[in-house]
Design a protein around this ligand. Structure first.
Ligand code: BGC
Length: 817
């Protein structure tokens, strides 16, 4: 069909379409057949149109874990499954993939993005986008551009020279536009070289829409737009969320005043209508859901419509286990400690073993049907041979009550009862918060402003508990005989903090088994739009001291054939809105590993974190398996990887520095508002290789898998080095998957080494495969800023075939042009 022409609407009618109707929906316009277009956050699950308490949906492995497979087929498959998850709930656009790069390892949001390498990020993103869009659901590349850290994220000015911007940070966007024609792109919160990303005429109009010929829609990050004329002229097409926002009447006035040409508005509307057409929200059936099987209005959470797999169906379980386990990465494996043989007795130790972290924090969070811990997963495979020992504390901040520990006092369902009262004492809302927390003033439409929120839960086990409140406001907490009052304030007054990182406080109390604990809060105001934020009840068993925990771990380790210690980060470090300050593991986890390693016959460490950590105990342990944030099937996937039922064939997507600060880009703190990308194109392994940072602990591309490989007969297939071939022989005892990585090290020292291509081969034990790899021309060029053009790099330098740059298997000289 032909997209309706925006001329059939008057100016206010057109402008009205260019701001959202709600948090995640756009305005329908029946007169032109435009239905309600719905968006949902991604990228590792389709959360739906609310922040918390929404529908139950599948939780996928996080982006770095998925990317570690270096497998475009898997990325496509993830996109396809996410399209199913979207269709099942009537969502037209999934807000992902996140394709910012891992610039500094401190970035809090790296877990959501694929890699430090622009080619790997772009090629995987393109496959993921195709997987979504081939099935009728729009993708949204985010966040355009130079949005690699979270500190002062609404104001930071990323200062990036033009060549670096194009060669490195824009490249994943360029690839995903050129190779997959992503239907939308999200403009970031930050500024780029002094100009807000939502007003970036240079990036949006000149490069993306101009040079790349992009036809899709540019949507603002949520609440990012601060101007009318500047943003509309800068190429931003759509302001989110709505209905309030800086456009509306201001933009109409700007057009009437001649500051914005009406043709600019028409272009924005045309792009919006093209998106609507592409996702099936435009046409004879306005409002129809994407795909063929829209959700019926009364459908229950957790059930899926039509033939689509439910989030907890056997097919989803198998898919998610495989995706997670295949990306897990063997970083060290002395004397073939891994895979563990069946029959081995295992002391499984660590807070992350019993409370495995399956996703990062912030807008990427979803409400999964269940989450399998490593303890559950390994016990399911090994039964009594596993002894589970909880580990040391890994968090500083209070977290909402775990569903098993707290139940609704009336219904007995896992979770917390929430009652919201108006100022006159009327009950205006009652909810069940399965996760222990709920959003106030964001997902709801309360008849009157909330004045008091009461959270109640029964604690079937009781005992000595740590109980408290989460959320800004005046609190009163009652547990057993204990009553405590406290004031919790936001440090910034920013609604983002109220939603993503609310303050919390707890107290210790003795609670009889089955007693009800209760917390009451008068929420603080978070600005002109009233009281908004996340509110939760904290209730957990009181923590044990480090010495007793470690003593139990050590004694279990002594008694078993092997100790498996699961360590990691939590949503306190890996989250939207804050950055890390160190790569050290939180709490006393390092000391616990050291103590266990000294006592155990063999020690395996499983790292449950998406991004680099420091491993001061590396020399003392026998094996290290990096497991990422593995999604709802996490524990099953870790168990399958540990036992070798699925080969953890991952290769790192980010370099692991050897110490804090030992990376080419480190600080994420703006100075006078500016964050200089001074390392230029020498980010990650590129900078380490050039000697701009010390040797890393593990290189980008490193990963041992469960077999060994010999490389032979490496040859250039053309003089330019654009195609190479090599024979890889599986010299180990089991079938495996090898990722042949090809790097180009130009002669010119101003040009960093770079990944130019890769190809994977699955080869049975003792057999060989001839593998050909083509270089992507988009990493074989440099931006000549003086002339304003791309220039192909001369074919002078070396081609390296490597299993990460710490293990180069063949070097081919390039002497041509
Ligand atoms: C995030 C986006 C997200 C949006 C909507 C923002 O805070 O930066 O990635 O899509 O919220 O939830």
């Amino acid at each position: 069909m032909t997209t309706p022409h925006p001329a059939s609407l008057d100016l206010p009618g057109k402008v009205a379409l260019l701001t959202g109707a709600s948090m995640f929906t756009l305005r329908p316009e029946p007169s032109i057949g435009l239905g309600e277009l719905r968006m949902s956050d991604g990228p590792t699950g389709v959360r739906g149109m609310t922040f918390t308490g929404g529908r139950t949906v599948a939780l996928f492995p996080n982006a770095t874990l998925l990317a570690s497979s270096w497998n475009t087929g898997s990325a496509y498959e993830v996109g396809r499954m996410l399209a199913e998850e979207a269709v099942a709930q009537g969502v037209h656009v999934v807000l992902g993939p996140t394709i910012n790069l891992h610039r500094s390892p401190l970035g809090g949001r790296l877990f959501e993005a694929y890699s430090e390498d622009p080619l790997l990020s772009g090629v995987l993103a393109a496959a993921y986008v195709r997987g979504l869009q081939d099935h009728g659901v729009g993708a949204c590349l985010k966040h355009l551009v130079a949005n690699e850290s979270e500190t002062a994220r609404h104001t930071v000015d990323s200062v990036v020279d033009e060549a670096t911007l194009r060669e490195v940070y824009l490249l994943p966007f360029e690839i995903a536009v050129a190779d997959a024609d992503a239907w939308s792109i999200m403009a970031a919160y930050n500024r780029v070289n002094g100009v807000p990303a939502t007003e970036q005429h240079h990036v949006i109009n000149e490069i993306v829409k101009g040079e790349w010929g992009y036809r899709g829609l540019i949507v603002s990050d949520w609440w990012a737009t601060t101007s009318a004329a500047a943003a509309a002229n800068g190429g931003l097409d759509l302001v989110m969320p709505g209905p309030a926002g800086p456009w509306g009447a201001h933009l109409v006035a700007a057009v009437e005043a001649g500051e914005v040409d009406e043709a600019v508005i028409d272009d924005h509307v045309r792009r919006l209508l093209l998106l609507a057409e592409r996702v099936g929200a435009l046409g004879e059936r306005p409002g129809k859901s994407p795909g063929e099987q829209p959700r019926s209005p009364g459908e229950q959470p957790g059930k899926s419509s039509g033939e689509l797999p439910a989030p907890d169906s056997p097919v989803r379980r198998a898919q998610l286990t495989k995706l997670a386990a295949e990306g897990m990465t063997v970083l060290k494996n002395e004397q073939a400690t891994l895979p563990l043989a069946r029959g081995t007795t295992v002391a499984l130790i660590g807070r992350h073993a019993v409370d495995t972290i399956d996703m990062g924090g912030g807008s990427a969070q979803v409400n999964p049907p269940y989450q399998v811990s490593v303890a559950e997963g390994l016990t399911a495979l090994l039964g009594d041979a596993v002894t589970v020992v909880d580990g040391v504390e890994v968090r500083d901040r209070p977290v909402p009550a775990a569903p098993g520990f707290a139940v609704h006092p009336v219904t007995g369902e896992p979770g917390v009862q929430v009652m919201v009262y108006a100022e006159n004492g009327t009950l205006i809302d009652e909810r069940h918060a399965a996760s222990g927390a709920t959003m106030i003033g964001i997902d709801d439409d309360l008849p009157e402003p909330p004045h008091v929120v009461r959270l109640r839960a029964r604690l079937p086990e009781g005992g000595r508990v740590r109980v408290g409140g989460i959320g800004a406001g005046s609190w009163q907490v009652r547990a057993g005989d204990h009553v405590e009052r406290f004031e919790l304030a936001l440090s910034s007054g920013d609604v983002g903090e109220a939603v993503l990182r609310p303050p919390g406080a707890t107290t210790l109390a003795d609670v009889a088994p089955g007693d009800v604990v209760e917390a009451e809060v008068m929420p603080a105001s978070t600005g002109p739009r009233g009281k908004r934020g996340l509110y939760g009840l904290a209730a957990h068993p009181a923590p044990d001291d480090v010495e007793s925990v470690t003593a139990r771990a050590v004694s279990a380790a002594r008694a078993a054939d092997v100790a498996v210690v699961v360590v990691g980060l939590t949503e306190e470090q890996e989250t939207e809105s804050v950055d890390k300050t160190t790569l050290r593991l939180p709490g006393a986890q390092d000391d616990m590993v050291t103590a266990v390693a000294a006592a155990a016959r063999r020690t395996v460490v499983v790292v449950n974190a998406a991004t680099p950590i420091l491993m001061p105990w590396l020399d003392q342990v026998d094996a290290v398996l990096w497991a990422g944030l593995p999604g709802q099937e996490g524990g099953h996937a870790v168990a399958a990887a540990l036992l070798g039922d699925i080969e953890p064939a991952g290769r790192l997507v980010t370099t692991f520095p050897a110490a804090d600060g030992a990376a080419p880009a480190w600080s994420v703190t703006p100075e006078e508002g500016r964050l200089g990308y001074t390392e230029g194109a020498f980010v990650g392994y590129r900078g380490h290789e050039a000697g701009r940072a010390p040797q890393p602990a593990f290189w980008f591309g490193h990963g041992l898998g469960y077999t060994t490989w010999a490389y032979s007969d490496a040859v250039l297939l053309d003089e330019q080095g654009r195609r190479v071939a090599v024979t890889v022989t599986n010299t180990g005892g089991r079938s495996g998957r090898e990722v042949v990585q090809v790097y180009f090290r130009p002669d010119d020292p101003r040009q960093p080494v770079r990944l130019v291509g890769w190809q994977a081969a699955t080869v049975p034990s003792g057999e060989s495969a001839r593998v050909e790899v083509s270089a992507d021309p988009r990493v074989w060029r440099r931006w000549d800023d003086e002339r304003g053009t791309w220039e192909s790099l001369p074919a002078r330098g070396r081609i390296l075939l490597a299993r990460g740059l710490g293990d180069v298997r063949a070097t081919l000289e390039l002497t041509g042009r």
